[in-house]
Design a protein around this ligand. Structure first.
Ligand SMILES: NC(=O)c1ccc[n+]([C@@H]2O[C@H](COP(=O)([O-])OP(=O)(O)OC[C@H]3O[C@@H](n4cnc5c(N)ncnc54)[C@H](OP(=O)(O)O)[C@@H]3O)[C@@H](O)[C@H]2O)c1
Length: 372
């Protein structure tokens, strides 16, 4: 891994799970790491654990930031800019999983606020620093679940249906939004030296599953990978040289792509399986079938779409169950991170731009990037 001395990183959700491992290892490679979290106590404990492994690490606590509260995101960004630090790596890792449906006091679906709109706002508020520090990198942590996500019927309805509405309460939709935001950021700022990529950490034993069904929790306990392994994709996305990051054998043409087409999604080996990547959601067809499936937040507009959706979920569950056992059995032969396609819908340029604009309006930032 490269020498990151003279580089500065922010890692959100750094107080546990894969975020903590990512922050620790970036610091171990020499980067100055600003830990972003919402609990002073947890930030201090994380700092102490990192210092225990890397006593010389240059790690600092950022101001408290809760993605559920846009004011605290603004406070974090303002303080960061006031301190005059550069920003070479922004790892948008913080995220939550819940099935309960709450709205924030601003009227946004809470899960959407935490998983998408909060990170969107933070990134937009720091975009000028990212451009000034270029080459810089934004890593957005998505999930295999984005593959059965859908945002709404038409781009015009994004705000009503996703940001403020029912679709924003579904984890997979927020993770699809992560992909679309990462790609749109790359389209808009890739040419200015801000490289954005989306990563899937795989199936990892962390606190994020604490609100899931008890059966999932048992699976997590027994067969999910430890955070040290799950963080590999994040560390790779943040630190690997852009020319070669994620390159597979035979993927030599990628470095030559223009920045607005160089859209990267990294996944650990088993999650890069064609069994998952073949799946292509139906998109925004707004048909009766789609409407009928809305109550479960699924993107299916045809019987074939319904079948593919469930097949994809079954494949994801299978992959999640076999990933870590397989890696252990293979004694290191099955490992690493690959560049793979995300769902077809995640590349929808029109929807990506519409999501960007709707998110800007909702978050109260200009639609156009402010680069000064
Ligand atoms: N674990 C997996 O199998 C898996 C798979 C795919 C994707 N992911 C994604 O990976 C990312 C990291 O999750 P993890 O697995 O490492 O779980 P985790 O251990 O629960 O870490 C989540 C981090 O996000 C922070 N966070 C949650 N809500 C927040 C909020 N409102 N404001 C600020 N920070 C908040 C948490 O802070 P607190 O400690 O204060 O709660 C914690 O530091 C998430 O985006 C998750 O969706 C995980």
């Amino acid at each position: 891994m490269p020498d990151l001395r003279s580089k500065t990183a922010i890692v959100t959700g750094a107080t546990s799970g894969i975020g903590e491992v990512c922050a620790r290892e970036l610091a171990g490679m020499g980067a100055t790491v600003v830990l972003a979290g919402r609990s002073q106590q947890k930030l201090e404990a994380t700092l102490a654990r990192i210092k225990q492994k890397y006593p010389d690490a240059d790690v600092v606590k950022g101001p408290l930031m809760d993605f559920g509260d846009p004011a605290s995101v603004r406070g974090f960004a303002a303080e960061y800019k006031r301190q005059g630090r550069p920003l070479h790596m922004l790892v948008n890792n913080a995220g939550a999983y819940t099935t309960t449906k709450h709205q924030t006091k601003e009227g946004v679906a809470e899960l959407c606020q935490v998983n998408h709109l909060g990170p969107y706002l933070l990134t937009r508020l720091l975009e000028g620093v990212l451009v000034a520090s270029a080459p810089s990198r934004v890593v957005i942590v998505s999930s295999v679940t984005h593959r059965w996500g859908n945002l709404c019927s038409t781009p015009d309805q994004l705000r009503q249906e996703f940001l403020q509405g029912d679709f924003g309460h579904y984890y997979w939709n927020t993770k699809l939004a992560n992909c679309m935001f990462g790609y749109e950021l790359q389209r808009r700022l890739g040419g200015r030296g801000v490289q954005s990529c989306v990563v899937d950490p795989g199936a990892v034993k962390t606190d994020v599953w604490r609100h899931s069904h008890w059966l999932v929790q048992r699976a997590v306990d027994y067969v999910y990978a430890p955070p040290d392994v799950g963080a590999e994709a994040l560390i790779y996305g943040a630190a690997a040289p852009w020319d070669t990051a994620g390159d597979r054998v035979g993927d030599g043409g990628r470095a030559a792509l223009p920045p607005d087409q160089d859209l990267r999604y990294y996944a650990p080996v088993v999650f890069a399986s064609p069994l998952l990547t073949w799946y292509s959601p139906e998109g925004n067809q707004g048909t009766l079938g789609h409407a009928a499936m809305r109550w479960v937040g699924l993107p299916c507009s045809t019987p074939w779409g319904v079948a593919k959706c469930w097949a994809c979920m079954a494949a994801a569950v299978t992959m999640s169950t076999i990933d870590w056992p397989l890696r252990q059995l293979s004694r290191g032969r099955v490992q690493g991170v690959r560049l793979v396609p995300s769902s077809a819908l995640s590349y929808d340029r029109q929807l990506g731009a519409a999501l960007w604009d709707a998110s800007a309006d909702e978050a109260g930032v200009p639609r156009a990037c402010q680069l000064a």
